[in-house]
Design a protein around this ligand. Structure first.
Ligand code: ADP
Ligand code: MG
Length: 285
């Protein structure tokens, strides 16, 4: 079977679309299916450490699902299981009906820090997943990478090196890199946690635009309640360790969301709801 050589074009954004524009119709089978998943780490002293206990979560095709929870509750672990980087000890994890295992080509992972390779230019960093996946036709992919760099406002920096960019700019490059092979599943682990508030809001806006222009399933981890409400179709709240799901809140706010959304009463309502669940499960020690 020949590899697909023609990269998908970046679709025009739907920034001007009427509010409530829906992403792709959900398929019957979940994109992500975590079924009574448990993960146990072995510490250096050979002790068992239960990081995630009995988590069941289904995420629909095209859904933007946000996970919030206290530090150490197993959010990153869940993403790593899905990316095939950590093994489950109990239960099952599958993507589109296939048990997770080896890393897949249809996943993009955005890490908390940009993790760019310092000796490569920005453009080559963005193209890295295609190199790893040995996809031919670099020129066509480079065009797509440039289009993504334009989208995140960094076209002028394609030939620069990571050390010449600020933290926020590097994080944008990380986002372009995760999207370059047009993955159908995007795993994002506190991608904007280190950014200042203003840059973070801009990034949220850009991410929403990208997601609306090419719908994909997103599992996004954050500590920020307002970021969660702004982005999510649905917010899953996890408890302190071992991580369990304590609330699952659908967010029914029209899209595209903007600054006015942040000031709306319903936005405040959702924020309060998430905060209540987060604080309710914080047990005194
Ligand atoms: P979160 O992302 O919610 O902060 P993590 O998934 O990173 O949490 O970690 C969950 C728990 O598992 C934490 O208590 C952490 O210390 C522990 N943990 C994570 N990775 C390892 C590892 N490789 N070995 C041992 N313990 C780990
Ligand atoms: Mg984490």
């Amino acid at each position: 079977m020949p590899e697909p050589v023609v990269p998908p074009p970046l679709a025009p954004t739907v920034a001007g679309a009427p509010p409530g524009t829906a992403p792709a119709a959900p398929a019957a089978r979940p994109m992500i299916d975590l079924d009574h998943l448990s993960v146990v780490y072995r510490t250096r002293a050979s002790e068992r450490f239960v990081a995630v206990a009995d988590v069941s979560l289904q995420v629909r095709e095209g859904e933007f699902c946000v996970i919030v929870g206290p530090s150490g509750c197993g959010k990153s672990t869940l993403l790593k299981v899905l990316a095939g980087l950590v093994r489950a000890d109990g239960g099952r994890a599958s993507i589109r009906g296939e048990a997770v295992g080896a890393p897949r080509d249809d996943i993009g992972f955005v890490f908390q820090s940009a993790t760019l390779l310092p000796w490569m230019t920005i453009l080559d960093n963005v193209l890295l997943p295609l190199k790893v996946q040995r996809r031919p036709d670099r020129a066509a992919w480079a065009e797509r990478a440039m289009a993504l760099l334009r989208t995140v406002g960094l076209a002028d920096f394609a030939r620069s090196y990571p050390s010449e960019l600020s933290g926020g700019m590097q994080q944008r490059v990380g986002m372009a890199r995760a999207l370059v092979h047009d993955p159908s599943l995007l795993l994002m682990d506190e991608p904007f946690g280190a950014l200042d508030a203003l840059t973070r809001e801009t990034m949220n806006d850009e991410l929403q635009r990208l997601w609306l222009s090419r719908p994909k399933t997103v599992l996004f981890v954050t500590h920020s309640i307002s970021e969660a409400v702004f982005l999510a179709d649905r917010i899953v709240v996890m408890s302190a360790r071992p991580g369990r799901i304590v609330a699952d809140i659908p967010v029914d706010l029209p899209r595209p969301r903007d600054v006015a959304t942040l000031d709306s009463g319903r936005f405040g309502e959702y924020s309060r709801q998430v905060r209540t669940h987060l604080y309710a499960q914080e047990t005194p020690r």
